[in-house]
Write a protein that binds this ligand. Structure first.
Ligand code: NAD
Length: 246
């Protein structure tokens, strides 16, 4: 029987690359999309082409709404019977001076990037505890470790994800659940596509490997951490940043 994974934010960017990575590895994959159903259906087709025998399900959910997250988890459980892994990729970013941040900016960022992770972990854990087996992978950010100028709310939410990773890892380790995070630097997705040529060149100059990551380079690390090859790793935050934050 295939392992079953739920991935939030799977319709594009790092999330879509992660869906395809797990499809290639033989998992059945349920993933959430928020705004682009066409992109989600395209990812289902690509996954099915990679693994014709696998099951791939796209579910709509705004991760900042706990009822929608609970419904997506229940639907995934109904389709697959169990979930062995959860990967949280859904997220937003925003650049603004700290003193210009509104209450709404702050709460929206926390709602998607931190509350969304809490809701998804809380919803999958009872099943994982019952089956005494689970792997949770959370996508944080280099800015959650180092702090990013003009991204204070994003940095705070991503640092929160790291705290959540470590605390849940400690609490659930005796129940057979491993929890880890990745902290990407700059990755070629819609999130970084807004950078001007000049800003991009200046950014790449600061990265020891002199380029941004491809989404698949994050997805590969996520899959390793979810695999049994990482069976003794929990509470870890793996930098995937070309050496930028070392
Ligand atoms: P992206 O913009 O391409 O994808 C973001 C994903 O999150 C999309 O699938 C989108 O539908 C989903 N999403 C956004 N708001 C949502 C909501 N309210 N409910 C449900 N889903 C929602 O960006 P990406 O670069 O692929 O980002 C994926 C993750 O990686 C994010 O958590 C992001 O913070 C993190 N990250 C990205 C970079 C980077 O440089 N691109 C660096 C570090 C961390």
């Amino acid at each position: 029987m295939n392992d079953h994974v739920l991935i939030t934010g799977g319709s594009r960017g790092i999330g879509a690359a992660t869906v395809l990575e797990f499809a290639r590895a033989g998992y059945d994959v349920a993933f959430t999309w928020n705004s682009r159903e066409d992109a989600a259906l395209d990812v289902v087709q690509q996954a099915q082409a990679l693994n014709p025998g696998g099951r791939f399900v796209a579910l709509h959910a705004d991760v900042s709404d706990s009822a929608q997250v609970n419904a997506a988890v229940q639907e995934a459980l109904q389709q697959f019977g169990s979930l062995q892994a959860l990967i949280c990729c859904a997220g937003i970013a925003q650049q603004k001076l700290f003193t210009d941040l509104t209450d709404e900016d702050w709460h929206r960022m926390m709602g998607v990037d931190l509350d969304g992770v809490f809701y998804a972990c809380r919803a999958v854990l009872p099943g994982m505890i019952r089956q005494k087996y689970g792997r949770i992978l959370l996508v944080s950010s280099m800015w959650g470790q180092t702090g990013g100028s003009c991204e204070v709310h994003y940095s705070a939410a991503k640092a929160g994800v790291i705290g959540l990773t470590k605390a849940v890892a400690r609490e659930l380790a005796p129940r057979g659940v491993r929890v880890n995070a990745v902290a990407p630097g700059f990755v070629e997705t819609d999130m970084t596509a807004k950078l001007s040529e000049k800003a991009r060149a200046a950014t790449e100059e600061q990265i020891p490997l002199k380029r941004m990551a491809r989404p698949e380079e994050v997805a590969g690390v996520v899959r390793f951490l979810a695999s049994d090859a990482a069976s003794y790793i929990t509470g870890e935050v793996v930098r995937v940043d070309g050496g930028m934050a070392m």
